[in-house]
Design a protein around this ligand. Sequence first.
Ligand SMILES: C[S@@+](CC[C@H](N)C(=O)[O-])C[C@H]1O[C@@H](n2cnc3c(N)ncnc32)[C@H](O)[C@@H]1O
Length: 241
Amino acid sequence: MTVAEASPASASGSDEAVLRLYDEAASRYDLINDLVSFGTSNWYRRRTILSLELPSDATLVDVGSGTGSLALAAQRFLPDSPSIVAVDPSTEMRRLAEKAGVRDVRPGCFDSIPVPDRSMDAVVSGYAIRYAADFAAAFAEIRRVMRPGGRLVLLEMIVPARGIGRGLSRFLIRGVGARVFPVLCRSRSAGDLLRHFWDAISSFVPPEVVTAALVDAGFEEVEYRHVGGLLGEFRARVSDV
Ligand SMILES: C[S@@+](CC[C@H](N)C(=O)[O-])C[C@H]1O[C@@H](n2cnc3c(N)ncnc32)[C@H](O)[C@@H]1O
């Protein structure tokens, strides 16, 4: 499939209510992120790009790019790349990514990544795979755009299935965060986003479901790693041929 043939990127594969939430909270998103991660989130995104050990001219697409932190890190560490693309269905998030300096920002989602077949050495996604309505379709679309030998990394927040870790996370995010962040961020939408954030991550499937779907989609070297706290990452690659 060529770019022209790829379905026009739109929010078609995305939940309208979710997009409204991101559009409304976009201007506070980076601040919320810094507060939630105690300022470590951008450091981790930079580390993620470096960990891929890509050549400086590698091509990369960031799906669910939000305000563009991963794409910005890629622009920094892949200075000779002819193509670093940030893809997101939220108009406001895309506007902020452009404002932050991401050079190529396109509308799209997991169901429709607006780049040509076999054009990307890496696909990355930060905290967005939870919005893929259908893993089989999303992973097939990701594979379509990847070059042989290409690498995939998906960052996601994984809530413990039960126990004190789950209860504490709920208390901190939905209880404390959703009440305090609107005040800190001077925005009611920050509370809405925190509540949604908890609902989305607490209902996300267990990591084994994602790794099994990656294997089913034909990815190799599929692995899930619990990084620490709620942070987890999925890694995989496509075969060299
Ligand atoms: C939690 S934010 C993550 C943003 C950014 N990747 C980061 O690391 O901060 C989730 C992003 O996923 C986007 N999103 C929502 N539905 C999506 C879908 N179906 N496909 C791709 N991205 C989606 C939202 O618009 C939002 O920008």
